[in-house]
Design a protein around this ligand. Structure first.
Ligand code: NI
Length: 177
């Protein structure tokens, strides 16, 4: 019997880009993005301020920072996909996510980002549901990570949604909260 040790940084595993992306993969990814606002809200439901200020792992972000980080990351993602849909393989602007997570508003109530994510994901999902095959194959270039199609980015952010919700649910399970 082997014991599976879950790396606390990657509770749902690392993102793996599939060789080929099917229509079903796209629909599953859209479903993950559609479900995130409620799942995130459920994940932090009833947590007090002290719990929200607890790092999800030693040296990691707090739950509060995680929630605001998802908003930061997905606002960038939404804009990147909009750029990809309206320009010819634009080069996008990276940002320093660690530095963003320490700006003063990272101490704001999680509710602010929960509401932001709710509206943002409603628009994002509506946009993705309308895409033609040609649009799914459009893309952007990240100066360090290289090219990414709209469909690859969509799968990646679906993973990103599950990844951070799992950080919170694992912390709560470990703490018996
Ligand atoms: Ni992240």
């Amino acid at each position: 019997m082997s014991v599976t040790v879950v790396d606390p940084r990657y509770p749902v595993g690392k993102f793996e880009r599939p060789e080929t992306i099917t229509q079903e993969d796209r629909l599953n990814a859209i479903a993950s993005l559609a479900e995130l606002p409620e799942q995130l809200r459920n994940a932090v439901e009833g947590m007090d301020s002290k719990q929200l200020n607890t790092p999800y792992r030693e040296g990691g972000w707090t739950v509060r920072q995680l929630v605001h980080h998802i908003a930061d990351s997905h606002m960038n993602a939404f804009i990147r996909v909009r750029l990809a849909l309206t320009e010819n393989w634009p080069t996008i602007k990276p940002y320093d996510e660690k530095a963003w997570a320490t700006l003063h508003d990272s101490a704001a109530p999680v509710e602010w980002s929960l509401e932001l994510i709710e509206s943002l994901h409603a628009r994002w999902v509506m946009m993705l549901q309308s895409l033609s095959d040609e649009q799914w194959q459009r893309g952007y270039r990240h100066p360090e990570n290289g090219p990414s199609t709209v469909e690859e980015a969509t799968l990646m952010y679906a993973w990103h949604s599950r990844h951070h919700v799992a950080h919170i649910t694992h912390l709560r399970a470990a703490g018996g909260w």
